[in-house]
Design a binder for this molecule. Sequence first.
Ligand code: SAH
Ligand code: SF4
Length: 429
Amino acid sequence: MNVADSELVEGLLQKEGYLPAVNIKNADAVFVNTCAIREHAEEKVHSQLGRYNLIKKQNPDMIIGVLGCMGQNLKDDILESRPYVDIVLGPDSYRKLPEILNRKIVNQKSIVDTKLSRFEVYNDLFPSRKKGINAWISIMRGCDKFCTFCIVPFTRGRERSRSIASIVAETEQAVADGFVEITLLGQNVNSYKHENEDFSKLLMAVADIKGVKRIRYTSPHPQDINSELLEVMATHDTICNYIHLPLQAGSNRILQRMNRTYTKEHFIGLVDYIRDVLPNVGISTDIIVGFPGETDEEFEETLDVMKKVKFDSAFTFKYSSRPGTKASEFSDHISEEVKKERLQQVIELQKKHTLERNRESVGSVETVLVEKESKKSSTYWAGRTDSNKWVIFDKGNAKIKDFVPVLITAAKGVSLHGDLVHQEEAHAV
Ligand code: SAH
Ligand code: SF4
């Protein structure tokens, strides 16, 4: 989301004639686009700002701006503790940046704009994207779900969606610019609603655009997965056979305290249904350990759901208290030590499941989009299957952006290894 927002800001500034600095030391302005989802994300921003301040000491006219969720959330703290910050803008105020920059140059005072909007979707702005494989396309902003642990509804404001026409126009532009994979983005991507159109309609419209080879989307909420959406996924080859399905916790009491709106039984039933409609689908998840009041037995239930579902992969987090959220006010917070220990258990279990799931692919031929050179060796490519698994294979004469058939020969760690299948053999397979 922040990469996409930064591209939006860059596009906006370039339109006004600003150019990227070759070296940060010579920059007239530097912006940090921030995330407030966990304390760790905020700590990283604080150390980054400290580094920018050292540069500003050599170049006192350099403008430092804090953009995005932390700006929204912590404007007063930032201005108080970091007087060298010149501009603070929330996620709905990027459009004002050129005007604010001009104002700041004339008048030396710090400027803050963190007004949230019910309408801003940046419909008419084209992000400035680096050349590559995947284009992030933001389709909706904000969140109305108010999970009790989460800061997003406060920093990003109310849910609002762009029109299908504007999303299609941006996708066509991205295809013309050479992108082959499109990822539709939103805090709650599948609760997309514009006039009478829902997320399934939007997916169909994007799938119909010529030249789009792969479509992904993130992050969906289990509550908004429905049969139409699965049907559209099943009937369109370009929509990847992959769903990110955040579980968060496996105990019904904790889920209710989190305000997640589903039970563990519903979640497990949903996974079974998804796997029926979409055979071989890749399913990943998000898990939070140590939510306030989570007992050992309740934590065991998270492990139990993981064992029943066997996710292909998982993003796992220690609960991080976010001031202003309902859960931060609960009185039964869990110690850091217990959270750490639970996180370790979740990570270990997931590693085992990822390997087990990946082993199921050994012996099959997968279509892989060549994305980059493998970190392992310059003679290997790394690319993903449509079920979102990384595959490492000998380069042969494949090129970046090619879709190639790869025979999966092994599952190691969290990735797959394979051999390119020559086109003639691929037809035989
Ligand atoms: N809208 C998505 C998630 C977006 S935030 C959904 O509802 O599924 C991405 C992930 O960050 C969440 O799924 C959650 O696992 C994690 N997260 C959010 N707030 C958190 C917090 N306070 N502490 C720890 N993890 C958190
Ligand atoms: Fe946060 Fe997702 Fe819940 Fe919205 S649905 S409050 S973004 S975790």
